[in-house]
Design a binder for this molecule. Structure first.
Ligand code: FAD
Length: 394
């Protein structure tokens, strides 16, 4: 697999890095403490064309290729997992509309998602429905040309500020995905604070109290909601998260390399203690391994290969576990300082835990990956059982 970046991709990565190091890393801990992402910063990433990076040029976006988007998510993840989650949900809403919207919907929403005039939200989870996401309880009833939505959505990233949500509901036993604007009658939100990680991701509960949505806001058709629209969006979400985990882990490693060079114990810097070197060696190796999986997913995505979905699940699963381990080791290397909010590694650790839960928890990924393994095995067995055609004459 060729993972050499093109000159354009290298240049783009340089710009993303510069932005993250100047505008994000110095302030990310403060945003975390304040449990808020400043509107000014969201405006900045929108203006740079980063937030709408996945919108094709024909709809006014940057039309980033899969690797460039991955590199962007990696760099943003290095700075702040909370901000990464904004990129993740924006990408999921864009993907839902691109893949399952009709041309009117694309023309209507994509240019505004590209500029950041619209901030997207992805509203699947409910108080009683998490991993078993196909069984949402929110109901949608079509009355006189409008959908009427009743239900509640929970843990919605950037739900405090998003102005367009992809909402999943049931309509007469069929799953539907609807585009719901913040100013629809019957729509309200309540901020959620006090989370372990993603503390500046401005989470909200969403209340749909007879919420009235035009009939034309249905994505795909009735019955396609979770399986098709949700599937495409979650696949995109996992892709962004996998790359973001790389960045998070790289940030934890960089902090640990710097700290272990400065901090002295037993008459020498920590980095000269072999047990610390062991931790660092494992961190470096694990990050490299995750990077290979992300590049593999990127290359399949770029070529539109169907195996992309499974490889993305594998990349997300591995990268989130890796980020949790690397960030925990980073705290270990920092000792008590690592437990203090004066150092970023505690934030990396808290955010990494969330990565193992969102976009399909790691248990869900394990189930999917193992099932795929059995299917592949069955196909191989079938092939072996078929009589061989030796092409020769008897
Ligand atoms: C910071 C944050 C941001 C989020 N943002 C969004 C958002 O923007 N939009 C949105 O819709 N949702 C969002 N979520 C919700 C997230 O998608 C869910 O938390 C996730 O899907 C898991 O659901 P749950 O928390 O209800 O856990 P549950 O489904 O209740 O699961 C609890 C535990 O049991 C395990 N489990 C469940 N079923 C099985 C099984 N069959 N076999 C083995 N183990 C199982 C799970 O892996 C988990 O460890 C967010 C969550 C967080 C924490």
């Amino acid at each position: 697999m060729d993972i050499e970046l093109t000159a354009e991709q290298e240049a783009a990565r340089g710009q993303f890095r510069d932005f993250v190091e100047r505008r994000l890393m110095p302030y990310a801990d403060e945003y975390d403490r304040q449990e808020e992402m400043p509107a000014r910063l969201i405006g900045e990433v929108a203006e740079l064309g980063y937030l709408g990076g996945l919108v094709p040029e024909q709809y006014g976006g940057a039309g980033m290729d899969s690797i460039t988007w991955g590199l962007l998510c990696e760099e943003i993840g290095r700075g702040s997992a909370s901000l990464l989650s904004l990129f993740t949900v924006q990408g999921m809403v864009i993907q839902s509309i691109l893949k399952w919207g009709n041309e009117d919907q694309r023309q209507d929403w994509l240019p505004r998602l590209a500029t950041g005039e619209i901030i997207g939200g992805f509203a699947l989870t409910e108080p009683n429905v998490g991993s078993n996401a196909s069984s949402v309880e929110t109901s949608a009833t079509l009355i006189d040309g409008h959908w009427r939505l009743h239900g509640q959505k929970r843990w919605i990233s950037f739900g405090q500020v998003s102005n367009l949500f992809v909402v999943f509901a049931q309509s007469e036993g069929k799953s539907v995905a609807l585009l719901v604007e913040r100013d629809c009658p019957g729509f309200s939100t309540k901020p959620i604070t006090g989370m372990l990680g993603f503390r500046s991701a401005m989470l909200a509960d969403i209340f749909l109290d007879g919420c009235k949505v035009p009939q034309a806001h249905l994505l795909g058709r009735a019955g396609f909601g979770f399986s098709h629209v949700g599937g495409a969006a979650l696949d995109q979400g996992r892709y962004s998260i996998a790359w973001g985990c790389l960045g998070l882990a790289q940030g934890a490693l960089d902090a640990s390399l710097a700290y272990s060079g400065q901090r002295r114990q037993f008459g020498k810097p920590l980095k000269e203690h072999q047990l610390i070197q062991e931790l660092l060696a494992d961190m470096i190796t694990q990050i490299q391994a995750a990077r290979m999986l992300c590049y593999r997913a990127a290359s399949l995505k770029q070529r539109g290969e169907p195996s992309l979905i499974m490889e993305t699940s594998i990349a997300k699963y591995f990268a989130s576990r890796m980020a949790a381990k690397v960030s925990a080791d980073a705290v270990q290397i920092h000792g008590a300082n690592g437990c203090s909010d004066q150092y970023p590694v505690q934030r990396y650790l808290r955010d990494a835990k969330i990565m193992e839960i969102i976009e399909g928890s790691n248990q869900m990924q394990q189930i999917i990956i193992a099932k795929h393994g059995y299917q592949e095995h069955a196909v191989k067995q079938q092939r072996l059982a078929q009589p061989k055609d030796d092409g020769g004459e008897a």
